[in-house]
Design a protein around this ligand. Structure first.
Ligand code: FE2
Ligand code: FE2
Length: 223
């Protein structure tokens, strides 16, 4: 039997519905974009981090799935969405024939991706954390608030709106988050005000992978 991979999940109606209504609920609550765009980017970066830190193809396949499913718990409730989503994902994946051990590893990764209660407790969890926390970008601000004036009201919108590009590059033993931020719209300190804990978690996650986390803002190395 073929091993389940992200391509199977991308054409799965049940998963499509969960991602659609995750984003709908978060839009209603005033959060930034959490659609197929966000989870596809996270899946892609998580795979790359595992591949380039010496992981196997099986690990890369599993972390890519974890990336794609990591936010579906938001379809239930924003609070504890990581843990809710982890259990949901385990059920969905085993129902589709995934071996229990593989689904359990994905459950651990998803259940730990949120910075409030999460820990890089496995290689997959570590890669998922870094990939998820790196997706800060103007395109995540909702269309209805995507003007300079409107985005200024909320610090998450303001920071995301100010980020003009955001890339994860892996060079040697460094996982580099390289962002370009418009400091006329948002001073760099605002980024740290809301994302300091995330950056600390990225640093400890990189260690689990035997790598170092580097954070570059407008060409200057901050971590
Ligand atoms: Fe999340
Ligand atoms: Fe996320």
């Amino acid at each position: 039997m073929n091993k389940l991979d992200i391509k199977d999940l991308k054409k799965d109606e049940e998963i499509e519905a969960l991602i659609k209504y995750t984003d709908a609920q978060l839009e209603h609550l005033g959060y930034t974009e959490h659609s197929v765009r966000h989870v596809s980017i996270v899946a892609h970066w998580a795979r790359e981090i595992i591949e380039k830190s010496g992981g196997t193809e099986d690990e890369a396949r599993l972390v890519e799935i974890a990336g794609y499913l990591h936010d579906i718990g938001n379809c239930v409730n924003r609070a504890s969405h990581a843990q809710i989503g982890a259990v949901l994902a385990y059920e969905l994946l085993t129902k589709r024939g995934m071996p229990y051990g593989d689904a359990a590893q994905i459950m651990t990764a998803i259940g730990n991706h949120d910075e409030r209660e999460g820990n890089p407790s496995s290689r997959l969890a570590a890669a998922l954390i870094i990939a998820d926390k790196s997706d800060v970008h103007r395109s995540r601000v909702r269309y209805s608030r995507r003007t300079e004036e409107k985005a200024m009201g909320d610090i998450h919108d303001r920071v995301n709106y100010a980020v003009q590009s955001s890339h994860v590059n892996i060079v040697g033993d460094e996982i580099i988050l390289d962002i370009v931020i418009d400091t006329d719209l948002c001073p760099v300190i605002d980024y740290f005000e809301i994302y300091f804990n995330r950056m600390k978690l990225c640093r400890s996650s990189a260690k689990v992978l035997g790598m170092n986390f580097v954070f570059i803002v407008n060409g200057g190395r901050l971590i």
